[in-house]
Design a protein around this ligand. Structure first.
Ligand SMILES: Nc1ncnc2c1ncn2[C@@H]1O[C@H](COP(=O)(O)OP(=O)(O)OP(=O)(O)O)[C@@H](O)[C@H]1O
Ligand SMILES: [Mg+2]
Length: 355
């Protein structure tokens, strides 16, 4: 179960030469295990699409190696590559369907290209129409479909050659929230029921949170953080990861407070801290304990509790006042209880109207 389906080793990709050279990817190392959904998150221009395109050799890496199901795609001749690509399906933000072909004909295209007998094509396409709930649209043309339906056609087409891996490039970015949810649910069931490994790229932490097991944060061509989604979510190490999480939990500090935030503690300041926890730890006993045992006064600024991969994850932003000694004791207590603490900054007590 732990064997990797995709193994990327020391992958770099450059465009252009000399002074005009763009280093789109720098020494990427990443494993997608069999049955895993692996998310890549990053800002625009980070190199996400380039990375995905190197996996199925739509782009040729400048350096390094990509293995898919143990096959070294980097070294392959064109005929071998065509064969290997049968194992890799791909979907895109803008669906890339053929407008002149019906839903049925779009899905059957990859099977026609490998000269499958007509009867076999029909039976495979029918199964895919059923899986993606498109049976009644099979004779429709793409311009008669909604975005969500178009993406389902693209997914069915990507699955036609029975791939082991599905690559998704911003597959939900052009969709409304409801269609996004439906596509994510479909990807999840493809992963669990067909045991297809998925590598997806997105700039939305919500997508990562919803379906990924692992995540890598890509920034200016480099992976700056990677690991299980729950770990990154509760204890992000880099500023970029922290920002993505903030937008997803809608836990950005109010502007009024941000304006008066100071990086250094002075006497009579209150401290603004972010507490994250997961699993059975819940917020109420923690706050209660801090107040009763450490003579600290706590004001909850923001709270967000949700379920990620069937585990409870909570994030609290609180303002803490009390002596420095009591505060340090409180921090030790929080740390000993497997809570992640981040000190956001300090605010002069009089400034908040909170004493
Ligand atoms: N064919 C190309 N020729 C030259 N530069 C390219 C080419 N493709 C990508 N780049 C550059 O490589 C970098 C990474 O681009 P890429 O498309 O992979 O980013 P991305 O993370 O997918 O961005 P977005 O979220 O906007 O889709 C960018 O600086 C881009 O301009
Ligand atoms: Mg892109």
């Amino acid at each position: 179960m732990n064997r990797e389906m995709i193994a990327i080793r020391n992958l770099s990709k450059y465009y252009g030469f000399g002074a005009n050279r763009i280093d789109a990817l720098k020494n990427i190392n990443l494993d997608v295990k069999i049955g895993e959904i692996y998310g890549i998150i990053g800002r625009s221009g980070a190199g996400k699409s380039t990375l995905l395109r190197c996996v199925n050799r739509l782009e040729t890496p400048s350096e390094g190696t990509v293995f898919v199901n143990k096959l070294n795609l980097t070294m392959m001749s064109d005929p071998d590559l065509r064969l290997a690509r049968k194992q890799i399906g791909m979907i895109f933000q803008h669906f890339n369907l053929l407008e002149s072909r019906t839903v049925f004909e779009n899905i059957s295209l990859p099977l026609e290209l490998i000269d499958l007998p007509k009867a076999e094509i029909k039976s495979r396409v029918n199964k895919l129409l059923h899986l993606t709930e498109l049976k009644r649209h099979q004779k429709h043309y793409p311009n008669q479909l909604s975005g969500g339906q178009k993406q389902r056609v693209a997914i069915a087409r990507a699955l036609a050659t029975s791939p082991k891996v599905l690559l998704c490039d911003e597959a939900t970015s052009a969709l409304d929230p409801r269609s996004t949810q439906a596509i994510l649910d479909l990807l999840k069931s493809i992963n669990t029921e067909l045991n297809i490994s998925i590598m997806l790229i997105t700039h939305e932490m919500d997508v990562i949170k919803e379906i990924c097991h692992s995540v890598a944060v890509l920034h200016e061509g480099e992976i700056i953080e990677q690991g299980p989604v729950l770990d990154i979510f509760t204890d992000p190490q880099t500023q970029v990861a922290k920002e993505f999480i903030k937008t997803s939990t809608r836990m950005d500090i109010p502007k009024s407070l941000r304006k008066i935030l100071k990086p250094k503690f002075e006497e009579n300041d209150t401290r603004l801290i972010r507490i994250s926890y997961r699993g059975r730890a819940t917020s109420q006993p923690i706050i209660g304990y801090l107040i009763s045992h450490f003579k600290l006064t706590i004001n909850i600024i923001q709270a967000n509790i949700e379920t990620i991969q069937e585990e409870t994850v909570g994030v609290l932003v609180v303002e803490v006042s009390g002596t420095e000694h009591d505060f340090q004791q409180g921090l030790i207590f929080l740390n000993n209880n497997q809570l992640h603490i981040e000190i956001i900054g300090y605010v002069h007590r009089a400034a908040t109207g909170f004493a």
